[in-house]
Design a protein around this ligand. Structure first.
Ligand SMILES: [Fe+2]
Length: 201
């Protein structure tokens, strides 16, 4: 074993190139030059701008967040990225979905979200509270909803629950899924949409 390791290490001059080559090949295969870290930074900056009042002109009149439906405003739109502010209401989940050919990220501004992510064999839940961030690589399938009232004591007030989301390239489609009785994922429909986290309900 030692000799084979040594012989491998003897090839390091050429294999040193590999990480860079691999990274470049991966980057060219991705649909955007932005990386998850870039999207996380954009949502962080967007959240700061919302808190600083720079998007007050886009917010609901009188600061009254809708209580029956999810609400969203597009903060930035260009060829590379869409940035959205979303307010969430209790028990209105997005349904299990992906983001088609877009990478995504979010920063929670206030309140808390429950995310149920398909990990290949089951749905795993996590709570994302104010200040938390998450990024979504291609193929990420999740269901997102405002955290339940039982979370309020842990995460603080749940209303309003606000999050800033980035999608790159800008969202154009989503597929929806269901978990079958056999513990697999089945696609139920695909829709063309530019709405963040699905149609607003
Ligand atoms: Fe999503």
């Amino acid at each position: 074993m030692r000799s084979s390791l040594l012989s491998l290490s003897g090839r390091t001059p050429s294999s040193r190139l590999l990480p860079e080559v691999t990274e470049r090949a991966t980057a060219s295969a991705l649909p955007t030059r932005l990386r998850p870290a870039d999207l996380l930074r954009l949502t962080d900056e967007g959240a700061e701008d919302v808190l600083a009042g720079r998007y007050d002109h886009l917010l609901p009149e009188g600061g009254l967040w809708p209580t029956e439906k999810r609400w969203a405003a597009r903060l930035i739109a260009d060829d590379e990225v869409d940035l959205w502010l979303i307010s969430w209401v209790g028990e209105k989940s997005t349904e299990l979905h992906d983001h088609a050919g877009s990478l995504g990220a979010l920063t929670v501004l206030s309140g808390a979200l429950s995310e149920f992510r398909w990990n290949g064999s089951e749905l795993r839940r996590r709570v994302l509270s104010a200040g938390d961030q998450a990024s979504f690589p291609l193929g990420w399938v999740h269901d997102v909803v405002r955290a339940p009232d039982s979370e309020a004591g842990i995460s603080g007030p749940l209303d309003p629950t606000l999050s800033v989301h980035a999608y790159s390239p800008p969202l154009t489609a989503m597929s929806y899924y269901e978990v079958t009785g056999h513990g697999t994922l089945r696609r139920t429909r695909s829709v063309l949409t530019d709405q963040p986290e699905g149609e607003l309900e």
